[in-house]
Design a protein around this ligand. Structure first.
Ligand code: 13P
Ligand code: SF4
Length: 310
């Protein structure tokens, strides 16, 4: 594309021309967050996708999020700036293997974390996100047997919070499993007044140290409302942009990973760029579409989630 082009202005122009809306997850690059019509966590983004009156949804996030938007708004065109923006957690649960797993527990209800393929959602009874997983499990009778997947860390966290005995699928997110307990402990010694906040996709021994555990929007809200001036943040680093914007005088420190070569960036989320966003709006490609029967089967468990979390 023409290197002199003003991408932000062109994206705004195309958005109006095509009656498009840009939905961005907190893990996107700052410049994408700044141009979005709505920035949020997975629950907020799916609520927006369900109620938008735009003709085109540009999903600045990863593939399963764009699929969820398509399932909730099947008549809309859903675009994803880079089709390769997948998710390690979603990849850790192939639907054909999950279907076999599920067969072993015929009397169990299936709750799946939204970070999974549409096919997997279609095999589920209720979908959940990190902000409503506890609420959804608690909305079910105590004697209800439950399979929870694909994230074993979130599953473990929900088990502890609710006291329920969930059958867990053994999946995880590559970004949230890299944090170093020892380095976090050292950092907390260095910043004794800092709060340590973590996403429930982190491992149990990391969550055990946290002052607050919650979804990305829950973490953001906590940093705004809490009186502390310093926060050590154990999740993908994109959220720090909104934290810093909301509280310019506070200090936000990304939690350190185990390996010096690692960082807290999600390689999938970070595949999207402003240039790809512009091109996808211009060409209306790549588009995320799904077979009608998958849309129909996957919509029920998502709608059940939205009803419970209203
Ligand atoms: P939430 O923003 O819903 O907390 O999800 C985090 C995540 O890992 C999305 O990929
Ligand atoms: Fe998937 Fe983890 Fe990236 Fe979220 S941060 S999209 S769960 S790989």
């Amino acid at each position: 594309i023409d290197p002199t082009i003003d991408l932000v202005a062109e994206i705004q122009r195309l958005k109006e021309e095509k009656n498009a809306v840009i939905l961005a997850h907190y893990y996107q690059d700052a410049e994408i967050q700044d141009i979005a019509d709505y920035i949020g966590d997975s629950l907020g983004l799916s609520q927006q996708a369900a109620k938008t009156d735009a003709d085109v949804i540009v999903f600045a996030g990863v593939h399963f999020m764009a699929e969820t938007a398509k399932i909730l708004s099947p008549s809309k065109k859903v675009l994803l700036p880079d089709l390769k923006a997948g998710c390690s957690l979603s990849d850790s649960c192939p639907p054909h293997l999950f279907a076999k797993f599920k067969e072993q527990y015929p009397d169990h209800l299936v709750i799946t974390y939204v970070n999974c393929t549409a096919e997997l959602k279609a095999l589920s009874d209720i979908v959940c996100t990190s902000s409503n997983a506890v609420q959804i499990v608690e909305s079910l009778p105590k004697e209800q047997k439950i399979i929870f997947g694909p994230d074993k860390n979130l599953g473990d966290y929900v088990k502890k919070k609710t006291g329920r005995d969930l059958v867990l699928w053994n999946g995880a997110c590559m970004v949230h499993e890299i944090f170093s307990q020892d380095k976090i402990t050292d950092l907390r010694r260095q910043f004794p007044d800092a709060r340590f906040i973590a996403h429930p996709e982190c491992e149990d021994h990391i969550l055990a140290q946290a002052d607050y555990v919650g979804s990305t929007s829950g973490m953001l809200k906590y940093t705004i409302e809490d009186r502390a001036q310093q926060f050590i943040v154990a999740t993908e680093s994109g959220i720090l942009h909104q934290m810093q914007k909301a509280s310019p005088t506070k200090l936000f420190i990304p939690a350190p990973p185990n390996n010096v070569c690692a960082c807290n960036d999600c390689p999938h989320m970070k595949l999207n760029t402003l240039e790809k966003l512009y091109k996808c709006l211009y060409y209306e490609l790549p588009e995320v579409d799904l077979p009608l029967d998958v849309i129909e089967r996957a919509r029920k468990p998502i709608e059940r989630m939205l009803e419970i979390s209203e």
